[in-house]
Design a protein around this ligand. Structure first.
Ligand SMILES: [Zn+2]
Length: 266
């Protein structure tokens, strides 16, 4: 997308730009003729900087940003279509369930103001380990809850939290205020490792809605060590993996590598 000039924008479903209060026609008018400088991400948000401003996207449950041959017929779920002055492929925002959205973010090239409250993500260069250690100590919660709290650290979902905790040999209910500096740094290294490997694999896809810009699914689920492996042997020590209920979802651990703390914070 970088360096390409938008020729026209077609808003095919108003829900897709519901956060753009001036409406679909205004959204299209304000973006036509702009040059996209690249693509960035924080947590679950993506943005495409264009000059000082940006196009902000949240994919919701089923949204996809697809680069598609412009001659390809529009699928029923295309909500916004961008065409380009170079005559090359379209950018199509496709969203079956319409929970996702696009918005124009004035002044948002570096960081759209609407997402400034979201904490940096561990793969950002500016990520501050000392600050995270302080936040964990102050929060007094369980470590997995803290990892999923987007105001403390962003970009870590349920699956990657379990995988990182297993690699760092920490139990999910460990109280954050009992973590020492080396433990937080071990955990952060594990988070970065898991996110990095998952990115290379194109992510973890449990259904075919999670795809990259070319419509391809990821395959990191083949590399999962504990998530979804209840009863199967731990890849490190052979002990059967345990599943606990956690915030209406699950937490998977190896009972031997990740002993439950005496004082657990659920
Ligand atoms: Zn184990």
């Amino acid at each position: 997308m970088a360096g390409r000039k938008i020729a026209a924008v077609y808003v095919l479903h108003p829900r897709a730009v519901r956060r753009h209060l001036a409406g679909g026609d205004d959204f299209a008018a304000v973006l036509s003729g702009r040059v996209i400088d690249g693509a960035r991400r924080r947590g679950k948000y993506l943005w495409l900087p264009a000059g000082d401003d940006a196009i902000l996207a949240h994919l919701g449950m089923s949204g996809q940003l697809l680069i598609t041959d412009r001659a390809e017929p529009l699928s029923a779920h295309v909500r916004v279509r961008f065409t380009f002055a170079d005559g090359g492929p379209d950018l199509r925002f496709t969203d079956q369930r319409t929970f996702g959205h696009l918005a124009f973010a004035p002044g948002g090239a570096e960081l759209p103001p609407a997402i400034a409250h979201i904490a940096p993500d561990p793969l950002e260069a500016a990520f501050d380990l000392a600050a995270l250690t302080q936040l964990f100590r102050a929060r007094r919660t369980g470590i997995k809850r803290a990892l999923l709290d987007q105001s403390l650290v962003s970009g870590i979902g349920n699956i990657y939290a379990d995988e990182a905790l297993w690699r760092a040999r920490l139990h999910w209910a460990r109280p954050t205020e009992t973590l020492n500096g080396p433990e937080v740094s071990r955990l952060l290294a594990a988070v970065r490792e898991v996110l990095g490997e998952a990115l290379v694999a194109g992510g973890t896809s449990f259904d075919d809605l999670y795809v990259d810009v070319n419509g391809e699914s990821g395959y990191f689920e083949r590399s999962l060590a504990v998530y979804g492996r209840e009863g199967f042997p731990c890849l490190r020590c052979g002990t059967p993996v345990r599943r606990d209920s956690f915030m209406n979802r699950s937490a998977y651990t190896c009972p031997r590598c990740q002993p439950r703390p005496r004082r657990a914070r659920l």
